[in-house]
Structures are given as C-alpha cells and as structure tokens.
Design a protein around this ligand. Structure first.
Ligand code: COI
Length: 356
C-alpha cells in the first residue's frame, strides 16, 4: 500500500506556516528542520510507470506497517540545494547529478527511479511551491530532500510492489556549526566500519546513515566534530566521514579516495575536484593511508550539507596532527570558488546552475 497524504494534527495550517515564517531568524539559520508549506509526491506500481505526481501540503504521510522501507530499509535519499541570487533568481546546483545518483542507487536496491527529467521537474515544482522559504542571498539555502522509498506492503523479502518518490524542503544554514568554524576529526580505528566492498556504501541508501550515529556520538562526547572511517578490508586507508567526503593536500597535489563502491560519489566532491584542477592542482583519486594523511599539509571535507570545510586537526590513536587552515588554505579558495558560483556572485561558466 502506498502512503497517502492525509490531514493530521501535524498537517500545517496556513496560519501556522505564516507564523513560523515570521519567526525564522534568517541571520542564524542552522542545519535543522523548518517545515515548509508543500511537498511533492509521486507513486510507482510494479509494472507501471511513475505517476505524474503532484504538490500537496507538507505533512505526515500514512504508510503500511508492512512497507519495505519500514521492515527492510528499502529506501534512498538525495540532498541538493536551491539558492536565491542578488538579482532575484532562484537556482539549483547540479540537480541532474542527484537524479543520476538516485537512479544508480535504485538499481542497487532493485527499485525503479524516476527519470532525470521527472526528478528535475519535481524538484523545481517543490522549490517553486516553497519559494518564500528560499533564504535571502548569502543567508543560506533551501535544502531539498528527495526520497525514494519502498512503500508497498509485503512480508517476505522482495522488492516492494510500490514505491513513493517524495520531496520536501527546508531552509538551512551551515551543517558543521562549530565555534572555530573548523573540524576536529577522530579516526575510527577500533570498532565499526561505515562500508565494505560489495555493500551499499557507494549509493545513498537510507541504511548507510543510522549505523554511523553510534560512533559519531562517541566522538562528539570526546569533543570531536566528526568521525573519519577507515576501509573495512585493511583498516589502513581513509574513506569517508559520517556525511562527507575527504581530501588531503600536499604541494600541488590534491588526493581523495577512489569511488569503488565503498564511498559516496559526492557531487560536491566531483565539483571541487574540477575547480582544483582549474587552478592548476593535480587531482588524484587513489587509496590514502592514514599515515599519508597524517603527513599531509591540509585536509578538508566536502558534501552538499557540509559544502567545503577545513579540517584543523585529525586524531589517530594517541597522535594528533594539526593542518593548514585559513586564508592560505586551498579549502578556503575552493569554498569561495564553489559558493560564488552557487550564489551567483560569479558567472557559472560550468553550466552547473539550473534556473527555476
Ligand atoms: C548531504 O550532504 O546532503 C547529506 O546527505 C548529509 C546529510 C546526512 C545531513
């Protein structure tokens, strides 16, 4: 059974959203949920094509207790952002890449994904319906969360008889709001892994995320901003943080772990690699041992929510290394190059921005 959108006590009334809108502090946006007015919902039944879908009021959905997402975790999510420019345009960053990544994930989880055309159209409709929630220029962005979930009821393990493609959106600010603005990472060397060869680490499966929370909370309780996971096969190479990709810099070489199914093919990762090449850096994708990272001059991480974030320290066992940060750091240059394109401060010569 597919989820039906219904009027519940949590469905937002116009007066509620007006009041919440009036109370948003655009100067202090955080990466947290501020429900907006509308969401997009489309459904797919096995053997048919995706329904056209439509915009409905944002609110709870009703879903079978036997759904594949509840019982077996059959679900994917995406994350992308819309930005308001000074000249009053609203633009998306590389939505075609998210559409493609959802298709790759759907293939891995035996689901049917919307076409890229339907995905982008639905994202645009969601943003347009929630236009007033796109933060003013430079104050943040509208974070768009497309979901593809196995919503059909079933008991034996199989692919769901029905999927739901749903998109909601929320205005957000910085993800890692730490006082120094810099990250202090703990390398997780002693217990859990995020991913392994042949697993789902290379797709944006919902099931990749809650298992890292335990390690993340442990690191947080020790004062770290995030955890850096090592590869499960050897425990020697760096792979990924809980929600972002990692890069190291030495001289004019920028290195990041390769896409071999264990790390997420980040869209910011791909974009930042291109920008680094544009300014003369050599970008390599290959295994990076922890020891090599500890010898690097600079470390930074990337992601849609994270954007580009400098890492100030990495702690591995009893060793703590400090890296270059600030104006001279490559991550600062790359952050500016990327966000200038996203916010329309410089011309988008890459064709990355999609007008709404
Ligand atoms: C994103 O950067 O869009 C993510 O998916 C991170 C999210 C888990 C907060």
């Amino acid at each position: 059974m597919a989820p039906s959108v219904h009027s519940s006590s949590s469905t937002l009334l116009t007066s509620d959203t007006d009041e919440r809108y009036a109370n948003v502090n655009w100067e202090e946006l955080e990466f947290s949920l501020t429900p907006t007015d509308y969401m997009f919902v489309a459904k797919y039944k096995q053997g048919e094509t995706f329904s056209e879908g439509n915009i409905v009021p944002y609110g709870d959905i009703s879903i079978s207790p036997c759904s594949a997402i509840f019982n077996y975790g059959q679900g994917l999510f995406e994350g992308l952002k819309a930005y308001r420019t000074e000249d009053k345009r609203i633009r998306l960053f590389r939505p075609d890449e998210n559409a493609l990544r959802m298709q790759n994930g759907a293939e891995r989880l035996c689901m049917t994904a919307p076409s890229a055309e339907q995905f982008i159209k639905a994202v645009k409709q969601t943003v347009l319906a929630n236009k007033k929630w796109v933060p003013p220029p430079g104050k943040g962005s509208l974070y768009i969360r497309p979901l593809l979930i196995g919503s059909g009821a079933m008991l034996g393990l199989a692919s769901a008889p029905e999927y739901t493609f749903l998109i909601y959106a929320t205005p957000v600010g910085e993800y890692h709001k730490v006082s120094s603005g810099l990250m202090n990472l703990k390398v997780n060397h002693h217990n859990y892994h995020r991913s392994h060869y042949g697993g789902t680490g290379g797709v944006k499966s919902c099931t990749n995320y809650s298992p890292v929370v335990k390690t993340f909370l442990e690191a947080k309780s020790l004062g770290f901003s995030d955890v850096l996971f090592l590869d499960a096969a050897t425990g020697r190479n760096i792979e990924e943080l809980t929600t972002s990709n990692i890069f190291i810099v030495k001289g004019d070489i920028v290195t990041t772990p390769p896409i071999l199914g264990t790390i997420l093919p980040g869209i910011t990762r791909k974009s930042v690699s291109e920008l680094a090449r544009d300014i003369g850096y050599k970008v390599e994708e290959r295994d990076i041992s922890v020891d090599e990272m500890l010898e690097a001059e600079e470390v930074f991480c990337t992601g849609t929510a994270t954007v580009v974030k400098a890492v100030e320290t990495v702690t591995y066992k009893d060793k703590k290394v400090k890296y270059k940060t600030g104006e001279e750091a490559l991550s600062t240059k790359l952050y500016t190059m990327l966000t200038d394109i996203q916010m329309g401060i410089v011309e988008d010569k890459k064709g990355w921005m999609v007008e709404i």
